[in-house]
Write a protein that binds this ligand. Structure first.
Ligand code: XMP
Length: 327
């Protein structure tokens, strides 16, 4: 079962990279490893470490699960192409939506994404590639929260007593499991990743499914995608003007509808909640003091540009007792 992992303090990114690349290369030997890239700083760092340690013997896949943000798959693949790391895109949208169909409970939703990802999609890729190892970007915060029973992070297995070899047919290597987000960013920069990656805002494994309360249908995911795009665009302007420096921000599509009006008629419409967090390491967080003007601009755009939205709220609760994502 879960034992407390030792966190690496006073991280030296260059030394860390050398050590981890050697570790990966020693374990995998002349075999093949695979990893999945989502474009987040964790999986991007692992992709670069795997490439450095194994070259072409590490195969990187971008799983198009239908739950990513606007233009995300194209942008990420282009960045890695530029770095000379080949990425194969796997279209698994239908599988993910089939697994999420009718699922409303938050933990069951996370489990549906986990199972589809690791067992169905990845299991098949592993079998086809002959890989015995999966490189994965689990960080210490993921382990802490899962072990504490707060949230089932989609990428934590061994620490909670699940043997991936038995469950999925491959071993999992987790080179980042002793560091947290701040450490990963330093390692990512030292690996030569661009700022859009090493400073990338965190995005959860279950992706937009974590931002849709109740069933994550393709239609509801699309609404969350448009809403997240607007929130990101507007808050990025505030960040560029140095008005705020948040850790993470997002839009959440609520389950309940509320009465609104449009074109002089009653419209029983959708509610979007906007969250923007100040945090160091995601363990605790406080709502960012986003100006009224910026929040108003977001609300105006969400109600005008996202079909069916009649209500926009801004979260003021702290973590804890909140968590950063709504699911
Ligand atoms: P919560 O919602 O637990 O989120 O306060 C803390 C941080 O973790 C991210 N998050 C995840 N990251 N897999 C991940 O890799 C997940 O399943 C997952 N769930 C939440 C969240 O976006 C925030 O940065």
């Amino acid at each position: 079962m879960y034992e407390e992992l030792k966190e690496i303090k006073n991280l030296n990114p260059k030394k860390f990279i050398e050590e981890k690349a050697k570790e990966i290369s020693d374990i995998v030997g002349d075999g093949v490893a695979i990893n999945a890239l989502s474009g987040g700083v964790d999986s991007s760092t692992v992709t670069m470490l795997g490439h450095r340690a194994l070259g072409d013997r590490n195969k990187t896949y971008f799983i198009e699960n239908g739950l990513m943000r606007q233009n995300e798959p194209e942008q990420i693949v282009a960045i890695f192409q530029e770095l000379g790391v080949p990425i194969e895109v796997v279209d698994a949208k239908e599988q993910f939506f089939a697994a999420l169909k009718g699922v409303t409970d938050p933990e069951q939703k996370r489990e549906a994404v986990t199972q589809t990802f690791y067992k169905d999609v990845f299991g098949k890729l592993v079998r086809e590639s002959g890989a015995k190892y999966l490189l994965q970007g689990t960080i210490l915060t993921d382990v802490d929260e899962t072990a504490a029973g707060i949230k089932r992070q989609h990428n934590v297995f061994e620490q909670i007593g699940i043997d991936p070899q038995e469950a999925f047919g491959y071993k999992i290597l987790e080179p980042l499991v002793q560091i947290r987000k701040d450490g990963v960013r330093k390692v990512a920069e030292a690996l030569g990743l661009p700022e859009s990656i090493y400073n990338r805002m965190p995005f959860p494994g279950p992706a937009l499914a974590a931002r849709v309360i109740e069933e994550a249908t393709p239609e509801r995911i699309e609404i969350a995608r448009e809403a997240n795009y607007i929130v990101e665009e507007e808050l990025a302007k505030e960040i560029a003007l140095k008005h705020i420096n948040p850790f993470q921000y997002m839009a959440i599509l609520h389950k309940d509808r509320v009465t609104g009006m449009r074109d002089g008629k009653r419209d029983f419409g959708l509610q979007i909640e906007v969250r923007c967090w100040d945090s160091i390491d995601a363990r605790t967080a406080t709502p960012t003091d986003v100006s009224y003007e910026a929040r108003k601009r977001i609300a105006d755009r969400l109600t005008k540009e996202v079909p069916g939205v009649v209500s926009v709220t801004y979260n003021l609760a702290e973590k804890p007792p909140s968590t950063m994502e709504a699911i």
